[in-house]
Write a protein that binds this ligand. Structure first.
Ligand code: SF4
Length: 351
C-alpha cells in the first residue's frame, strides 16, 4: 500500500536501516522480479560550461569571459559521438550551462546536425535550459519543446531539480527556475509523449521534510502523466563550489558530504515512496562502485550510465572512472544479472 508523506518522513528519520533496506528490496523485487540490473552505455556531452545562473553548489560553470569558458565545435561534438558509437553507446546526455549568446536556432542546428548523421538517442537539455530558451524567445514551454522535439530531441534528463522545495532553491540556486517551473517542463514534455528522468541532489542545506516534499512532487506528477522512466537520487559534492568555500550557509550548517548511511536511507525511501516510478538508479558517479553495489539491496535496479565522459561531478573533485566491464563485474558479484539497456529501459543485451 502507498505510504503517506508522514510515513515517508518517519522512515527517513527513524527507521532501522536494515529493515528499511529490506522493505525497499521487496519493492524492487515486486517491480523487477528477474533480478536484472541494467545500465546504459552513453556519454555526457556538456556543449558549453558558460552559464548565467551561477548556482552556489556548482563547480562546473564559468562566466562567458573566463579563460576556461568553452563552447564545443561541431567537429569536437562529432568526434565524441563517434567514439560513443564505437563503444556500443546508444545515447548521449547533452547538457550545458545557460549561455547568454545561444538562441534556439543554435539548438535546432545542433540537434539536426546530430540526428542527420548518427543513429543515437539525444537525451538532452534539462528544464533550466528549456525554460531559459522559452524565456529568451517569448515562447511557451510547450512551443519550445515542440521545436526541439521536431529537430530531434528524444528525451529529457531530470537535471536542475536539486531539491524541489523553493525554500532550499532560494539558498542553493536563487537564479534557477523554481519548483513549479521544473515540474511544468516535465509535465509538458510528458504530454508531448517524451520520456524524462527525475533527479534529486541531496545532502546540502535541505532537511528530511524537503526530501519528502521532493519525492511527493515527483509521485504526484507521475500519477498524472506516467512520463518519468527513472528516479536518480545523488548526493551533493561540495568540492570547488561556492557553497563550500567558507560561506555563511556552510558555517551555519556545517555541510559535509552525505554519509554512506544517509545515501542508503534516501535511496531506500525513494524506492518505497515512488511506487509509480519503475526504475531507481544507484549513483556510482558520486558513491563509487562499492556503494552502488550495496545500493542494489536498498532499492536500486539500475546502474545508470557508463559515462564515457563526465564533467560536472568531476569539476567538484569527485572522479570515479569505471568501464562497462567494471559495471558488469560489480553487478554480477552483487548477485544480480547485468544487462545493457537503451534510454527507454528496453534490454539490449545480457552479460
Ligand atoms: S548547476 Fe547548471 S544552471 Fe546552475 S550554474 Fe551549474 S551549469 Fe548553471
Amino acid at each position: 500500500m502507498r505510504i503517506t508523506r508522514k510515513e515517508g518522513l518517519e522512515l527517513l528519520k527513524n527507521s532501522d536501516l536494515l529493515e528499511l533496506g529490506r522493505r525497499a528490496d521487496d519493492e524492487r523485487k515486486r517491480l523487477h522480479p528477474g533480478s536484472i540490473v541494467t545500465f546504459v552505455v552513453d556519454r555526457n556531452i556538456n556543449y558549453t560550461n558558460v552559464c548565467i545562473n551561477r548556482c552556489r553548489f556548482c563547480a562546473f560553470y564559468r562566466d562567458a569571459d573566463s579563460p576556461d569558458a568553452y563552447l564545443l565545435s561541431r567537429n569536437e561534438l562529432a568526434e565524441k559521438i563517434e567514439e560513443t558509437l564505437e563503444q556500443g553507446g546508444t545515447q548521449i546526455l547533452l547538457q550545458g550551462g545557460l549561455h547568454p549568446d545561444l538562441d534556439i536556432g543554435f539548438y535546432v542546428g545542433l540537434l539536426r546536425f546530430i540526428k542527420g548523421r548518427y543513429r543515437i538517442n539525444v537525451h538532452g537539455f534539462s528544464p533550466p535550459e528549456i525554460s531559459y530558451l522559452a524565456f529568451r524567445h517569448d515562447l511557451t514551454i510547450r512551443e519550445t519543446l515542440e521545436i526541439l522535439k521536431e529537430a530531434g530531441l528524444d528525451s529529457i534528463p531530470g537535471g536542475g531539480a536539486e531539491i524541489l522545495s523553493d525554500r532550499v532553491r532560494e539558498i542553493l540556486s536563487p537564479k534557477k527556475i523554481k519548483t513549479g517551473a521544473w515540474l511544468k517542463v516535465m509535465e509538458e514534455a510528458h504530454l508531448l509523449g517524451m520520456r524524462t528522468t527525475a533527479t534529486m541532489m541531496f545532502g546540502s542545506v535541505e532537511g528530511p521534510e524537503d526530501i519528502i516534499e521532493h519525492l511527493d512532487h515527483i509521485r504526484r506528477l507521475q500519477d498524472k502523466t506516467g512520463g518519468f522512466t527513472a528516479f536518480i537520487p545523488w548526493s551533493f559534492q561540495p568540492g570547488n563550489t561556492e557553497i563550500s568555500a567558507g560561506s555563511r550557509e556552510q558555517r551555519a550548517k556545517n555541510i559535509t558530504p552525505a554519509t554512506a548511511v544517509e545515501y542508503l536511507r534516501v535511496l531506500a525511501v525513494s524506492r518505497i515512496y515512488l511506487d509509480n516510478v519503475r526504475n531507481i538508479q544507484a549513483s556510482w558517479v558520486t558513491q563509487g562502485l562499492k556503494m552502488a553495489q550495496v545500493g542494489l539491496r536498498f532499492g536500486a535496479n539500475d546502474f545508470g550510465s557508463t559515462m564515457i565522459e563526465e564533467n560536472v561531478v568531476a569539476a567538484a573533485g569527485v572522479s570515479y572512472r569505471v568501464t562497462k566491464q567494471d559495471i558488469i563485474t560489480a553487478v554480477k558479484s552483487a548477485g544480480f544479472r547485468a544487462a545493457q539497456r537503451d534510454t527507454h529501459y528496453h534490454i539490449l543485451r545480457e552479460f
